[in-house]
Each structure stands twice: as C-alpha cells, then as structure tokens.
Design a protein around this ligand. Structure first.
Ligand SMILES: [Ca+2]
Ligand SMILES: [Ca+2]
Ligand SMILES: [Ca+2]
Length: 436
C-alpha cells in the first residue's frame, strides 16, 4: 500500500513538472543560489521634522464663518514631500466670540517626526468704518496691532494692566516722537469725516502729542493735548481731503513737546490711555468756497505763448474731486495785440460754494522787464525805515544778534555796524521774493 502511494506521488510531481514546462507564459525560474542571499537594502532613518509654511498671527472679524484656520498653511517634509493634508490644529477657538485665541498646528511625517507651531488669532468686533483701531480698548495683548518705540534719547515702556495702557516715560529724549506708542497700517479713506476719541490721564500732569500721519509724516491731525491726573476724554474731528492711503499711523508721542505749545519737556511719569477709536460721522455742511491759487497778474511779451491754466492749482475743504478743469475762465488774452486783459476764474464746489479770482495779463509791445529785478537798486528812493518781511517793494534790514543802523539817503545806502553778532545773518540788508 505504501509503495502505491509513493508511486502516485512521484507521478503527480512528474505531471506537474511537465505541465510547468509546457506553459508558454511561465518563464523558467533561474536557479537560485542559496549560498548568496539577495541583500536587503538598509532603510533610510528619517529623523528630520517636517516644516510649516504660512503660519502667522491673524485678525478675524467676529462672526466671519468664512475664515478657515487652515487656509494658506502648508507643510513639507524632507522625505515625504508635501504633507499639507496631514496638518491638524487644536485649541479653543470661537469665531463668534471676540477674544484672543492660540491655535497649535501639528503635522507628522511617516517616520513619526512631529512638528508643532502656534499662532494667535484675534477675533475682533467688526469695524464700522474703514478707519478703525484694533484693540483700542486694550482688552487684548498689545502684540500684532499696537507698536511701541523709544529712541533719540527717549526711553519708555508700554504694557496693558487691567485693560488700560500704561505708558511709562523714563527719559524725554530730544523730540516729541522720542517715545511713541502707535498703531500702523490704518486705512484713511478720502472724503470722509471722523472724530478721533480717546481717554487719558497721567500720574503727573503733562502734555502729549497725538498725530495721525501718512508715510511722509504729514498729519491729518497733529496737536498736543494736556493730560491731568484725572481721566479726560479727548476728541479731534477731521475731514480727509487727501487720497486714500492704507499705511496711516496713529501716534501718541510723549518725548519733549518742542514745537508744540507749551513747548516743554513733559514730566517723566506714567500715562494711562484707554478706549481709543475713530468714529465716522456725517460730513459737515460745506459752506466754504474752494481756493484757486496761482492766478496772479502777469506780464508777457507780444506773441509770447500764454496758457491761462499754467501754474494754477485748486483745493477745497471737502470737495476732493475738484480739478483745474472745473474752473470756468471768462475773458481772453490776445497776445498779438499789446494791452491789458482781465481774466476771471470761477470755481464752484459740489455744495455750491463759489470762488472768483480775477487777474490781469499785460501784453507788452517791447521786451518784458526781467522779473529778477532789484527794486531801488540805485538807492534813488530815500528809505529811513526798513520794509517789513517780505521786503518785496524795497529794501529791508534786520538784526539777528548784531547791532547796526541803516538808511538810504542821497542815493546811497549807509549801514553802520557796531556789533556783528555771532552768526552770518547777524546783520541783514536784503530784498526778498525775487524771481530768479
Ligand atoms: Ca522627515
Ligand atoms: Ca479698556
Ligand atoms: Ca467747499
């Protein structure tokens, strides 16, 4: 019986070998070499964490459900490549409740190396106008919105205590901005009216500068306020005539007050500031006429070209759309015929306020006298007292530290100096506003 089974087994093997050889799709296996096993590759050990990109502090309007905490954030790994889809984040966050939230982002590569990074998300009450202050009530930390700088001899610290800014001035410095607490990147929209409002006091009464400026340091308002030891509410109303900017800067300056009344070094003390805001208001009724500048009397030679709009500019307290092309000019100049020509410039703003300016253009037959003219250069006109500045119709004289007597008499100017003073302009004898 055993022998029979053995034979059947041999037979089965033989059949299967024949079947294998007969199959055209099965290649013949190469003879394995048991003594030389195929070496398994050494696995690369990945110990490098992935990197995050695009995680930065953010400001979100309260209720803005469209804000996505993952938007703009990517992760790349040295081995796995882009693994953005594996990013997760954690941390309490409610877009419907104003506050400061910290989100922690995490991403792991396939080797288990984990990268984490956090960011602050400020959920703020949505602004009611384009010009707004973020964290004006100091209910949140200063990071991200307010900035503080001291230099040029000034020294100060700024911190929030119980929802109030404490601005401690320890050295005045040489300028009002030597200590400055500010909020940059404000949008200041053209053609709108605002009230800037804040509350402040100081441990020792002192002045402080408040200024909203553009990138060229030109102020929309720029003034000193007098702080006392009691809380006061300060208000500054202003209308924006300049073109809209998005890099406006609100500054509280607490260096010296040089250049601002009362022109003093303010006390080294702690200033308290709270509830800083811009409130957009209705534009006041405009009852002020526009201003036309440059429409002066002028002398030209016969056949000399003349453009009545050359050198003319216009401005208005509210109508920011006015241009020189809105001027209506009546009268005309015939530059081929000598004579006096009167031109009338009329400009009306959007509220119906009208400016009218007249000028006389004189066309001369001969050469136009030079405008670079010294009046009474031959001293033929007697002058015993100086013309006041600007001395345009005659000679002026003026002492800055020097001591002298001057007079123009009998065709000669006599300047009798008894003390030169200490500067080059200590003794001055001059004419101003010459056109060169
Ligand atoms: Ca890695
Ligand atoms: Ca507050
Ligand atoms: Ca006006």
């Amino acid at each position: 019986m055993k022998k029979t089974i053995y034979l059947i087994f041999i037979l089965l093997i033989a059949i299967s070998l024949v079947a294998c050889k007969g199959s055209p799709t099965e290649p013949v296996d190469p003879t394995p070499t048991p003594s030389e096993p195929t070496p398994t590759p050494t696995p690369v050990v990945d110990t490098t964490k992935p990197l995050f990109f695009g995680i930065a502090d953010a400001v979100v309007d309260v209720g803005d459900e469209t804000w996505n905490p993952l938007a703009g954030i990517t992760a790349i790994d040295n081995i796995d490549g882009t693994i953005t889809s594996r990013i997760t984040y954690s941390g309490a966050f409610d877009v419907n409740v104003a506050g400061v939230y910290t989100l922690t982002y995490s991403v792991a590569d396939l080797a288990g190396n984990v990268q984490t990074q956090t960011r602050q998300v400020i959920v703020r009450v949505a602004p009611t106008s384009e010009l707004f202050i973020t964290n004006g009530d100091f209910s949140e930390p200063l990071t991200g919105t307010w900035t503080h700088w001291a230099g040029e001899g000034g020294a100060s610290t700024a911190l929030v205590v119980d929802g109030v800014l404490q601005y401690n001035i320890t050295a005045a410095g040489g300028q009002w901005w030597s200590s400055q607490f500010s909020q940059p990147n404000l949008t200041v929209p053209q053609g709108k009216n605002f009230i800037f409002e804040f509350e402040a006091k100081a441990d020792i009464a002192r002045p402080m500068v408040v200024k909203l400026e553009n990138a060229q340091y030109v102020g929309y308002f720029d003034q000193a306020v007098q702080l006392t030891t009691e809380w006061q509410t300060f208000k500054v109303e202003f209308f924006v005539t300049a073109p809209t900017i998005t890099n406006g800067k609100l500054i509280f300056g607490a260096g010296t007050m040089v250049g601002y009344p009362p022109n003093v070094v303010g006390a080294l003390t702690t200033i308290y500031i709270d509830n800083v805001k811009f409130i957009e208001t209705e534009v006041d009724l405009d009852t002020t006429a526009p201003v036309i500048t440059g429409a002066n009397n002028k002398i030209i030679g016969r056949n000399e070209a003349f453009d009545p709009l050359t050198g003319i500019t216009v401005s208005d307290n509210q109508d920011v759309a006015l241009t020189i092309d809105d001027i209506v000019i009546t009268g005309a100049v015939d530059n081929t015929v000598a004579g006096d020509y009167v031109l009338t410039y009329t400009l009306t703003d959007a509220s119906g306020n009208t400016a009218v300016v007249t000028r006389t253009i004189t066309v001369l037959e001969g050469l136009v006298p030079s405008t670079w003219l010294v009046v009474n250069g031959d001293m033929s006109v007697e002058q015993l007292t100086p013309y006041a500045q600007p001395a345009v119709d005659g000679w002026g004289w003026h002492a800055t530290g020097g001591v002298f007597n001057a007079m123009i008499k009998n065709g000669v100017a006599t300047i009798e100096v008894t003390n030169l003073g200490t500067v080059a302009h200590g003794v001055q004898f001059y004419q101003q506003n010459r056109i060169i």
